[in-house]
Design a binder for this molecule. Structure first.
Ligand SMILES: [Zn+2]
Length: 259
């Protein structure tokens, strides 16, 4: 490998605990099975994930909820075989695509040297309903910061020169998989790992219970629907972007079905 020192490392940058499993749990499980080392970076502390009818929402309660959400995230990551979860602990609900966050993400990329990155879309997809997180400002902000950290900052020694001083050398991420984008162009076949995705989502008990069976069924239906267009039994779809001149490390997706 030329400037890339570690093959087969992937990183998932998401705003909240549970975003990774909802958007890409089947893909993460598949890559782990294929031998990839997968690292999570969770930007916010998840502290805003308490019950909707809560009336006590001070710092103490937020701390409790942050702890619960992080334990759930660790449990979900274990189900999928994720190597390590890094929590950046920005306050939930207040994530912005700041230079500070960009710098932290560049530090993560240069430290772990992922070849593949999964992140959220910085662009709304104008889905007709606001639920499912497609409009959450933290998602848009985390996506914006994650992409800005890939190009050009991570690979450019002139960006954040203080990181060079810390010993973090430039690193090029080769492929980015964006979830929740308005124009997905790439399916990942998760027919072998959809059960693990659902099992991992179950670990986010405070977010997905108590009617988990119903949610599990909806998710199965949803990934089946996404796969249909590509003749796959189940898929997660992404907007996939390459970054750099190396040959594409994954085969092209199956052609779309012509109706
Ligand atoms: Zn979220």
């Amino acid at each position: 490998m030329s400037e890339q020192t570690q093959p087969n490392v992937a990183m998932v940058v998401m705003a909240h605990p549970d975003d990774a499993e909802f958007g890409a749990g089947g893909t993460v499980a598949r890559w782990v099975k294929e031998g990839w080392e997968v690292y999570y970076v969770i930007v916010s502390d998840g502290a805003s994930g308490g019950p909707d009818d809560a009336t006590e929402v001070g710092p103490e309660q937020r701390l409790v909820w942050a702890g619960i959400r992080q334990q759930e995230q660790l449990a979900a990551a274990r189900v999928l075989g994720v190597k390590e979860v890094i929590f950046l602990n920005y306050p939930d609900g207040m994530v912005t695509p700041s230079l500070e966050l960009r710098r932290e993400l560049v530090r993560c990329y240069r430290r772990y040297k992922p070849l593949r990155l999964i992140c959220q879309s910085p662009e709304r997809n104008w889905f007709p309903q606001m639920f499912l997180g497609r409009y959450h400002p933290d998602h848009l902000a985390a996506g914006q910061a994650a992409l800005a950290a890939v190009y050009p900052a991570s690979q450019n020694p002139w960006d954040f020169p203080e990181l060079l001083q810390e010993g973090f050398l430039p690193h090029r991420v080769l492929e980015v998989y964006i979830t929740g984008s308005p124009n997905p162009n790439f399916p990942v076949d998760i027919s072998e790992t959809v059960d693990l995705k659902i099992e991992a989502l179950k670990a986010h008990t405070t977010q997905t219970g108590p009617d988990f069976e119903g949610m599990g069924e909806r998710i199965r239906k949803n990934v089946a629907q996404m796969g249909e267009k590509y003749n796959l039994a189940a898929a997660e779809v992404f907007h996939r972007v390459e970054n750099g001149g190396l040959p594409a490390p994954v085969p092209a997706p199956a052609p779309e079905k012509s109706n």
